[in-house]
Ligand binder design. Structure first.
Ligand code: MLT
Length: 313
């Protein structure tokens, strides 16, 4: 019996090609109800997802043939890792295939914020010519606070240096020497929050980072700070952010990710706030990133199913 690999989110076709070339059966299930998903999960040996599928403990429990779950992307916060460990199922990810795309989207969001590009575009499309209304802010000489100095944080730093920004970084897992090699001054979170003109988030989502930027943090921020989150929804407390935008403490926010996706009704006021630039979790959605990520995760899943070592997150 060939091994079956279930795919429940859109992944670059290179994934299917690689699996089939190695003799695996591919079960591509992009639209399903819960019952159908349970049936397919129970017969799968491998399972590949992006962020659209929530891999719950309940699903893992009934997946008696499952050996490996591959996350075609970085964040594994949509997979119940404890349940996978209990069941002896390997979990692997594609750690760097989308670093460049995510960093590029972050820098685009920062520029869109600084120059109110989406707002100016909407105004022009509505027939107005409002040159005075859209007076922007230069990035040059401003301080960028990078929360999370991992792969994406460093790639953002490299790019924003070209704009002449001063870089502060906070990351308990990174040494001052490593940060300095990327021209980032490593500081504690309070110092970063109090001194940054722009703050960008690049940490994973976990219990330590949930609500990391909340009411208290916003109170300590510089007046007119701008915030970018292309990492995970919920690291920036969305209701606290809305309050800070309404109070004028935060001058603008650019969001690609939300605590629930797609964002529910209660996030509409935030997303539609005039100083918010919002995109639908597309930072990693480029042809290049998706191909690299699909290749990486398929290699990992094949290794896992063939008893070879895999890179765990
Ligand atoms: C990731 O974690 O890799 C990104 O958020 C992209 C995605 O969810 O596919």
């Amino acid at each position: 019996m060939p091994h079956t690999v279930l795919i429940t989110d859109p992944v670059d076709p290179v994934c299917t090609d690689m699996l089939e070339n190695k003799g695996f059966e591919v079960d591509l299930l992009l639209e399903y109800d819960e019952e159908t998903l349970r049936e397919h999960v129970s017969s799968a040996n491998g399972w590949i997802v992006r962020s659209g599928t929530t891999v719950t403990a309940e699903l893992i429990e009934l997946a008696d043939n499952l050996e490996v779950i591959g996350r075609a992307g970085v964040g594994v916060d949509n997979i119940d890792l404890d349940a996978a460990t209990r069941k002896g199922v390997l979990v692997c990810n594609a750690p760097d295939g989308n670093t460049i795309s995510t960093a590029e989207h972050t820098t685009a969001m920062m520029q869109a914020l600084a120059r109110t590009i989406p707002q100016a575009n909407r105004s022009l499309l509505s027939g107005k010519w409002e040159r005075k209304k859209f007076s922007g802010s230069e990035l040059h000489s401003k301080t960028l606070g990078i929360v999370g100095v991992g792969k994406v944080g460093r790639a953002v730093a490299e790019r924003m240096q070209g704009f002449g920004m001063k870089l502060l970084g906070f990351d308990p897992l990174v040494s001052e020497e490593v940060a300095a090699r990327h021209d980032i001054e490593l500081v504690d979170l309070d110092t970063l929050i109090e001194n940054s003109d722009f703050i960008t988030i690049h940490t994973p989502m976990n219990e330590e980072t949930r609500g990391l930027l909340g009411t208290e943090a916003f109170e300590r921020c510089k007046d007119g700070v701008r915030v970018v989150n292309c990492a995970r929804g919920g690291i920036v407390d969305e209701m606290a952010l809305l309050d800070a935008l309404k109070a004028g403490k935060v001058a603008g926010a650019a969001l690609d990710v939300y605590s629930k996706e797609p964002p529910p009704e209660e996030l509409t006021e935030l997303i539609q706030h005039p100083n918010v630039v919002a995109t639908p979790h597309i930072a990693a959605t480029t042809g290049a990133a998706q191909e690299k990520v699909a290749q990486q995760i398929t290699e990992q899943v094949i290794n896992g199913l063939m008893g070879e070592p895999v890179m765990t997150p």
